[in-house]
Design a protein around this ligand. Structure first.
Ligand SMILES: CC(C)(COP(=O)(O)OP(=O)(O)OC[C@H]1O[C@@H](n2cnc3c(N)ncnc32)[C@H](O)[C@@H]1OP(=O)(O)O)[C@@H](O)C(=O)NCCC(=O)NCCS
Length: 197
């Protein structure tokens, strides 16, 4: 098994240990203490925004308008504990082979209990199902992502022709991925990381 595979397996084992449910089509809860990971629904958007708000305030995550969350709700996976949504994460497709892990946020009350790992494992699984072979993230959480197979990168993750195509996007996250001058104040101190799937 590759190092990347081992990391993913480790996340799954930990998810199992804490009864995390990571199967794409089986969102049922399991024995307590349990973490259920499932696709987000529109009714989750308010909670997702409340999870993101304090982190956006601290400029850890990108601040977005409500409409942006509804538009991208299909990107989101959420984690529930005891029927309460306590974490979220999104997989945004950037290009044919490339996706981005975005807006991975876990409520302070359950940090360090495997919720983030369960969410990330699901996002990786979804990325593979979509046919992606690389995952990007822009983060302060370098140790967490490093333990999940991401490595810091210098410079761009795409060739110039794809870079030029991505410049056509209106998405602020894509602007951050491209490291455009106008968004540099938002990304100060973040590390650009990549995982090969
Ligand atoms: C990064 C983040 C999502 C991690 O969430 P989390 O739920 O605390 O993550 P986990 O519990 O799975 O893992 C964190 C560490 O806690 C520990 N841990 C994991 N499961 C545990 C458990 N059941 N009991 C005790 N500790 C545990 C481990 O040290 C783990 O590190 P490792 O799995 O990478 O080796 C969370 O810190 C966060 O919301 N950060 C702010 C937003 C952000 O920066 N997001 C990333 C950019 S999009």
């Amino acid at each position: 098994m590759s190092a990347t595979g081992s990391v993913d397996a480790a996340a799954r084992v930990r998810g199992t240990r804490y009864a995390a449910e990571v199967a794409e089509q089986t969102p049922e809860s399991v024995a307590a203490p349990s973490v259920t990971v499932r696709p987000a629904r529109t009714a989750d958007v308010r909670t997702i925004r409340s999870l993101v708000a304090p982190l956006a305030e601290r400029r850890v995550l990108l601040q977005k308008e409500a409409v942006a969350y509804y538009e991208s709700v299909g990107d989101f996976t959420v984690a529930e504990v005891g029927g309460r949504v306590v974490g979220c994460g999104a997989l945004h497709v950037l290009w044919e082979d490339l996706g981005e892990v975005r807006t991975l946020a876990v409520d302070d009350s359950v940090l360090g209990q495997g919720v983030g790992s369960a969410l990330l494992a699901r996002l990786v699984e979804r990325a593979r199902l979509l046919g992606l072979s690389r995952l990007f993230c822009l983060t302060f959480e370098t140790a967490f992502f490093g333990r999940h197979g991401f490595e810091p990168i210098d410079g761009q993750a795409v060739e110039p022709a794809v870079y030029a195509e991505l410049l056509r996007s209106y998405d602020e996250g894509v602007a951050e991925f491209l490291d455009l001058e106008r968004v540099k104040p938002n990304t100060l101190g973040n590390t650009r990381m990549l995982r090969v799937l």
